[in-house]
Write a protein that binds this ligand. Sequence first.
Ligand code: CDP
Ligand code: MG
Length: 696
Amino acid sequence: MAQFWKPGTEKPRLLDDGEGGVLFFSSSYSSSSSGFGFSSTEKQRQRLPVYKYRTAILYLVETHATTIIVGETGSGKTTQIPQFLKEAGWADGGRVIACTQPRRLAVQAVASRVAEEMGVKLGEEVGYTIRFEDLTNPDVTRVKFLTDGVLLREMMDDPLLTKYSVIMVDEAHERSISTDMLLGLLKKIQRRRPDLRLIISSATIEAKSMSTFFQMSKRRRGLEGETLEPKVEPAILSVEGRGFNVQIFYLEEPVSDYVQSAVSTVLSIHEQEPPGDILVFLTGQDDIDAAVQLLIEEGQNDRKKSELIVLPLYSGLSRAEQDLIFSPTPRGKRKVVISTNIAETSLTLEGIVYVIDSGFSKQRFYNPITDIESLIVAPISKASARQRTGRAGRIRPGKCYRLYTEEYFINEMPAEGIPEMQRSNLVTCVIQLKALGIDNILGFDWPSPPSPEVMVRALEVLYSLGVLDDDAKLTSPIGFQVAEIPLEPMISKMILASGELGCSEEIMTIAAVLSIQSIWASSRGAQKELDEARLRFAAAEGDHVTFLNVYKGFLQSNKSSQWCHKNFINYQAMKKVMEVREQLRRIAQRLGIIMKSCERDTTAIRKAVTAGFFANACQIEAYSHNGMYKTVRGSQEVYIHPSSVLFRVNPKWVVYHSLVSTDRQYMRNVVTIDPGWLTEVAPHFYQQRQLSHMPH
Ligand code: CDP
Ligand code: MG
């Protein structure tokens, strides 16, 4: 397919060097790619832009309760600042320096990098914690990387986070729900802990509004008559980046298939452009795997194309796969990394000279009226597009190919993204705040408040789950137990119900699988074989029961990777399922849930699923010939996802785990139910009136 490119004409606002179409990042260093072993780690560290600011950063942190640090991606914020703090003594006396990230993969990657730079074993002086994986040692870990979600959980046991001396909330520009909650809660903690220091760091941020947010505490402190040391006015520091010109090209005509278009662009860069690695931004595991597959096939019978080393980058990769991404490209080869927006600001890959930007990412959207939350492939913002472009200017002047037209960029792309808080279902968020003793959820001090309708919806669902009582307080024991399990409340409720229904062994497996992206080894090239493999495990009751068949087969194979390969199952994912399951068992034991198997009484299993996911119940449209369902609550049109074993089977009543949106709203992970169970498990949610048309 021929694609025609047009150099961009936009003059970027901030980084303009006066020449149209060229983004300029101030370049004060001549750099060589790191990782080739010419210089010591220490020299590499000194070459990073933040190094020049070491003294300034340490001074500001010493004298200010909150320091806001803005700096170009790759300037060394995440890997260096925690080390500066450590060297300056902030971890003395058993205290710990924390650095949070919105993404699990970023936590693992930066922690292992920092351990390497400090010459220590990961898990000792430097460690990390993500959900279901704790690589720290409380006695010796002094620099700790963790997801913002995990830090929120730690507050449940230690509300003032007393073991931390400095907390660096990194990637704040991402505005994830957990980051926003953390900012609100840390602001409260600060009032009780004048010794605590906060660093808010990000690639691009409205530093002013963040500063205003943290300033508020000054007045309150003054009123309460506490001491005003350290300075409560936040400090703002801007780290000047280093980088090179990136020339931008746009498509002359829009394309419909960005995967195909990205693949063609990779191939033509490889044919026509000098050496240098390529970074491609797609949206998720599906389209990334498809692109990887297409490129690998291209390389199979073409010597030139076989010089490409094609690597996917998304959450859920194993450590070995991550290491490949970061290791230097061998001579005569060209690395092609195909990534979600994780490589936009969370991770910096050296050696990238060419960026291909699809213009899309997977985003969550929630509509409180229909009560539907789904993952949608949606246009990114101009701010994101600029970040993606910048990734090409790391080691020398680069090129960025945007798979959209310039008119589209100028006229249609939104300037900024919307914070996740304002486009999500807040059930998980509300239960966490309740568990932290925040009673007045509507009055909570948010960086960007969510709409009251969404809050009310969340309260209602939690009430129906039996988690909150009439006064919107956590119920005992259910509410406290649900809050204690580090999963979405609906899964937690399903687990609790399984204890009573005598199917906890099975539900633990299902919960573990649902907490993982996908257990199937999907790739476009082998769709037919994958579908056949799936059929081998398919259960008439639906995907949840199918997972049990896969799990059983995996155990019977002695957890064999060949068995997984043969059956199109992702071995890494299955290993993760085992780990998560084990952790859930431990939590269940602590909560006094009795472990029991129902010996394939799938009624008990499906009832337990319904007890958690009743809000996602759907009925097939009687006269629909195309498999259209309507949600029971909001009468929204939904369809069974082609990856489900119930696709085309179309049973009458189902509940789903999640929705993805493409041309339609598709239900992923679907199980058949008896509609009578709905009023049984959630009488408040499904008042008789709504279900009057139900057969009983
Ligand atoms: O946080 P920020 O984007 O400012 O930069 P950083 O993540 O601290 O990255 C600083 C340097 O460390 C970059 O040159 C990265 O390529 C390198 N790095 C790495 O080589 N391997 C990692 N796992 C993480 C960072
Ligand atoms: Mg960073």
